[in-house]
Design a binder for this molecule. Structure first.
Ligand code: G3P
Ligand code: CA
Length: 284
């Protein structure tokens, strides 16, 4: 089936366009998705949040200020309110050398708009972002994936840092392949960063087969950082060990070609990048 082909494909290398080609156009905008799609990225990555009237939208931050002219929490707003915002001009201000008047007034996209545009002609790597702030996002997401026939056709992966959110999705539809996101920094003694570790990331010690197996119970892969402040946090042994425990290894968010090459050499199964063009060039 298409779904089993998708799982097989995860063994080979996947180019994951982080918020679209967000190094070139406003993140999560149609322009960023169009570029990534045209360049042939394997997956379009988007963070999914819920509006106050229950619509699903693609937006990374919990608050509107950084990437739009709105204010406050995204989930305190109706879709109609969000549709009035300009989610593109900030990019022109932040990156004058990449500015394009076409980006002005870019709209925050609903998941349906993305599916209506690319349909089953693309693959989607969707994150339940801040599920505590978006209660019901899992049900809403699974319902829409089913309605758009994205599961059996092998078009979607769902990722989250929140293990509970992934387990909810697994219960709603056990056929959806899941990716557990982790922040990995072995030896890290900083108590604040320890707080941030997700339930499946072991304390400061090295990750064990049991840790990997606990994730492999419900997920097909791990999405992990590889570097922290320029220092490598994982190595080839980590990648092999995860793969031996039936987990694909995807690394976020890699924009530097030297880091891309190192991770490819370690045998990772894919990279999240703001520059899918760079990664495609490297892997061709
Ligand atoms: O989803 C992988 C990576 O995107 C996680 O970090 O903050 O960019 O969503 P973030
Ligand atoms: Ca993400």
């Amino acid at each position: 089936s298409a779904l089993s082909q998708q799982l097989k494909d995860l063994e080979s290398f996947q180019v994951i366009a982080h918020r679209g080609a967000s190094g070139h156009a406003p993140e999560s905008s149609m322009a960023a998705l169009e570029l990534a799609h045209a360049w042939g990225a394997d997956y379009l990555e988007l963070d999914i949040q819920m509006t106050s009237d229950g619509e699903l939208v693609a937006f990374h931050d919990d608050t509107l200020e950084r990437t739009s002219n709105g204010e406050g929490h995204i989930n305190d707003h109706t879709l109609a309110e969000l549709k009035d915002l300009d989610a593109g001009s900030w990019f022109n201000d932040a990156h004058p050398e990449l500015a394009d008047s076409a980006f002005e007034g870019a709209h925050i996209l609903t998941l349906e708009e993305v599916f209506n545009r690319f349909g089953t002609d693309a693959r989607y790597y969707l994150e339940t972002k801040s599920p505590d702030l978006n209660p019901g996002v899992e049900e809403g997401l699974v319902r829409r994936l089913e309605a758009y026939d994205m599961i059996e056709t092998g078009r979607v992966l769902i990722q989250s840092f929140d293990q509970e959110s992934l387990l909810k999705i697994h219960e709603l539809n056990p056929d959806i392949p899941l990716i557990q996101l982790v922040w990995y920094s072995p030896g890290d003694e900083d108590p604040e960063r320890r707080e941030e570790w997700t339930g499946v990331t072991p304390g400061p010690e090295r990750i064990t087969d049991e840790d990997f197996q606990a994730v492999a119970d419900y997920a097909v892969g791990l999405g992990t950082n590889a570097y922290y402040e320029g220092e490598a946090m994982i190595d080839e042994g980590f990648v092999r060990q995860a793969q031996q425990n039936d987990l694909a290894v995807h690394v976020y968010t890699i924009n530097d070609p030297e880091e891309m090459q190192q991770l490819i050499d370690w045998g990772v199964n894919g990279l999240f990048t703001d520059y899918p063009d760079r990664l495609i060039e490297l892997t061709e």
